[in-house]
Design a protein around this ligand. Sequence first.
Ligand SMILES: [Zn+2]
Ligand SMILES: [Zn+2]
Ligand SMILES: [Zn+2]
Ligand SMILES: [Zn+2]
Ligand SMILES: [Zn+2]
Ligand SMILES: [Zn+2]
Length: 396
Amino acid sequence: MATAHSNLGRCIESSLQSQDSVRSDESRVRSTGPMGSWESELTSIQHALKFVLALKDEFVCPVCRGVVLNPQQNSCGHIYCFHCLQGLLEMSPPSGPVCPVDGAVVTPAEVFQDNCCKREISNLEVYCTNFPACTSVVTLHRLQDHLSSCPYEQLQCFNVGCRAALQRRHLQEHLSSTCPHRTEPCPHCQQPLPLSLIQDHVLTSCPDVEVHCPSSCSQKLPRHKGQRARVKLHEDAAVNHHMLLVLKSNTHLEQQRQQEVQTDGSLLDGLQQEVRPLLQQTSNHERIICTAQLEVQQVSRALGPGLEELEQLRKSLDAVIQEVSETEALKEHLGTLEENLKRHSGLLDLHAAQLHRNKQHLQELEATSYDGRLIWKIDDFSRRRDAEVRGQRRRV
Ligand SMILES: [Zn+2]
Ligand SMILES: [Zn+2]
Ligand SMILES: [Zn+2]
Ligand SMILES: [Zn+2]
Ligand SMILES: [Zn+2]
Ligand SMILES: [Zn+2]
């Protein structure tokens, strides 16, 4: 890294002068400094600058590595851009700001504007920033002037609402014929208006557009310009014409009304004709309903006695059912009795057989030749025998 000491030597006079001014009013330099100077306008393109000759190291800022803009020289002899020096002072460590090249302390009171370097740098030749489209070569301090008229400089269309960006050489055509937000004169009143509003203006408010006469005659009148006076004039001149129009309109309305009345009358006739058969049908239906009601009454009258009979029959049927169930019970009882009878007659048969055997035995005994008297010693023998025959239990 070279220093600016050689420059200091060559330009000692001017440097000393500026040093005095910086020292005498340090706060002014630090707060306003080079604001508005050509250097401050180049800050944004500082690193895009292309110099015709290679930039000398001594003109490269050790802080931002760009060409030094508005050089400020420290006591160590190094120069920095004005805005880079501001940065050094603001972001310094607690021990105080130091030169980034050699670590020398930066004392604001000893820093001065290096007008000698400033002059040399301002005269360096630089290509236009629109190179290669623009081949102009200018000195650095003239670059901003050139850019303000360079035909290749990119510009924003300045019509409100348009975001197009074009080179200066194309801007004029865009503004006058292709920008959708351009201003054009109204074809009727020549008032300049944004293109998008002209149609609405012509339809609703352009004073020179002709509109129909408010009395609906075929004539046209300008919309606003002296409108009232012109309408009055026209109305006075065309009063007969307007009266005729009113008369014609009234006649037409009257004809329409008569036609409507006729149409209504014929509609009414048609409706009446349709209603008549309906009324006839209704009376027929009423007659049918009366007949049906009579028939219903007769039928219910004829049914009356039959219903009573039916009721009696049902009662007697109930009685019969009752009797049948009683008979069933009796039959069951009869069955039991029959069984008893069978059992008794069986027993009776057994007794009769036993009796028969006894009788035979007796006859055998009688026929046997004992002393007959022993047998007949049984008391009441003949009575007991009779009882046996009748079925009583044997007592022998
Ligand atoms: Zn230094
Ligand atoms: Zn710098
Ligand atoms: Zn240019
Ligand atoms: Zn535009
Ligand atoms: Zn107009
Ligand atoms: Zn009219």
